[in-house]
Design a protein around this ligand. Structure first.
Ligand SMILES: *Cc1c(COP(=O)(O)O)cnc(C)c1O
Length: 434
């Protein structure tokens, strides 16, 4: 499979090059140059496949030819080493729990797979890779955990001193091995600026093979198509028709779902469920895309005013809004609605949903009310309730228990290196790494 830029101003590249580059030269995002084909019998065999088998088959059309099957198998087994249970709250409402990975959120899938794909490609090239990531909290932990222990890759996490929560900080400052936390005396924007300066610095790029491993990387998107198939494999009869509600911010998860639909996932519609940062639902209604500054909400991982994957979404439908509307419906919800949904889900089903998952459930239930036909809904449960414990206790009066692996992390001592808010100091440090 070749990959082209959504801006169509630069040559097509291999999967390897797309993964190592991240962003295309012309500033566009990489997408498959053709529609990938799954084997015909894949959907019949789906219920019998193990999770690693399923992932290998779903990955092959995207990476086929570039990564041998046995390597791919090993890579997938290492990346997808936690369960993806489908929990049925009622015969109509199923939750796909994507939060059983190390950082308790679905971003673990993309980060772990991308890390191993990059690890594989740098081992082939015998040149080490340095991943530099600026974080305001969650991205840092997903990327750090994703790359932890991957040979040939060093990760540097730049974060604003005193401005991330203690729980978030512990998740990337206690790992050791190939992960180094750099605590910057400044704000998140300073960290981002320092990282950008480093990527643009010729001397650094010559000495270190620097990459951002950021969220627009195609190697993060491909594995997010896998769990849609895993959901179907667990669902049983696909009657009545299935809709999938995706709590959305940058729309990576949603784009991956629509890519899966394109290769044959038997789903009637997708739902873009957002908080008040509802640029995508608004686009579906009005037909115009109006990015705007984001507003803070309880479902803060979806506080996005200019979704980075919008270009991929538009590209997938060749800017045909009527075609997109056939596959996608959208709706945004306030924090009050989210809290009430968390409370109601707890009362009706005894289930603790985090605010992002609650937005997804609201999306499905609102869709049902507005559409006069029987449907069953799969809602992506994107974060563990313990990750948003304050909001969960506020809505339900119940404090979600902290999973063992997060508790273990919080008990370890923090290790970080303090840096002044100054590029020269960062550069000296990076050059000193050799
Ligand atoms: C990142 C994130 C989202 C939004 O996912 P996108 O792919 O950016 O749309 C939803 N929920 C949680 C918990 C997240 O961390």
């Amino acid at each position: 499979m070749r990959y082209r830029s959504t801006s169509r101003q630069c040559p097509e590249v291999s999967f390897r090059e797309a993964a190592l580059r991240g962003l295309a030269e012309d500033g566009g995002l990489y997408v498959p140059a053709e529609t990938p084909m799954l084997e015909r019998s894949f959907f019949e065999r789906l219920p019998q496949l193990s999770l690693p088998e399923l992932c290998v088959e779903a990955a092959r059309p995207y990476l086929g030819g570039e990564i041998a099957d046995d390597t791919l198998q090993q890579l997938v087994a290492e990346a997808m080493n936690f369960p993806i249970p489908l929990v049925s709250l009622s015969p109509q409402l199923h939750l796909l729990e994507l939060f059983h990975g190390p950082t308790l959120a679905f971003k673990d899938f993309g980060a772990r797979f991308m890390a191993r794909v990059m690890g594989h490609f740098v081992r082939e090239s015998s040149r080490g890779l340095t991943v530099l990531v600026a974080t305001s909290g969650d991205t840092g932990s997903a990327v750090a955990h994703g790359f932890l222990g991957v040979p040939g890759i060093r990760v540097l996490v730049l974060y604003p001193s005193g401005r991330v929560s203690e729980a978030q900080e512990r998740q990337f400052t206690t790992l050791g091995e190939n992960i180094t936390a750099l605590e910057v005396e400044g704000a998140f924007d300073d960290c981002q600026r320092l990282a950008k300066q480093a990527f643009a610095d010729a001397e650094l790029n010559e000495k270190l093979f620097l990459t951002s491993a950021n969220s627009i990387n195609i190697a993060r998107l491909v594995p997010q198509t896998f769990y849609y198939f895993a959901a179907l494999a667990q669902l049983g009869p696909a009657e009545p028709a299935i809709v999938i509600s995706v709590p959305s911010g940058n729309c990576g998860n949603l784009t991956a779902g629509l890519m899966a639909k394109r290769v044959g996932l038997p789903v009637s519609q997708f739902i873009a469920a957002t908080n008040i940062n509802d640029v995508v639902p608004e686009f579906l209604r009005s037909g115009t895309f109006h990015p705007r500054p984001s507003q803070q909400t309880l479902s803060n991982a979806m506080d996005v005013g200019n979704p980075s994957n919008f270009a991929r979404l538009a590209d997938l439908y060749e800017n045909d809004i009527a075609a997109l509307r056939r596959d996608l419906w959208g709706c945004g919800f306030t924090d009050d609605e989210t809290l009430r949904a968390m409370q109601s889900v707890h009362e009706r089903f005894g289930y603790l949903a985090d605010p992002h998952t609650a937005v997804g459930i609201l999306g499905f239930e609102t869709f049902l009310r507005q559409h006069n036909a029987p449907y069953q809904g799969i809602v992506l449960a994107t974060a563990h309730p313990a990750k948003f414990a304050d909001a969960v206790s506020r809505a339900t009066g119940v404090a979600p228990p902290l999973p063992e692996r997060l508790a273990a992390c919080l008990a370890k001592p923090k290790q970080s290196r303090l840096l002044a808010n100054n590029f020269e100091e960062l550069k000296d440090f990076l050059l000193g790494l050799g």
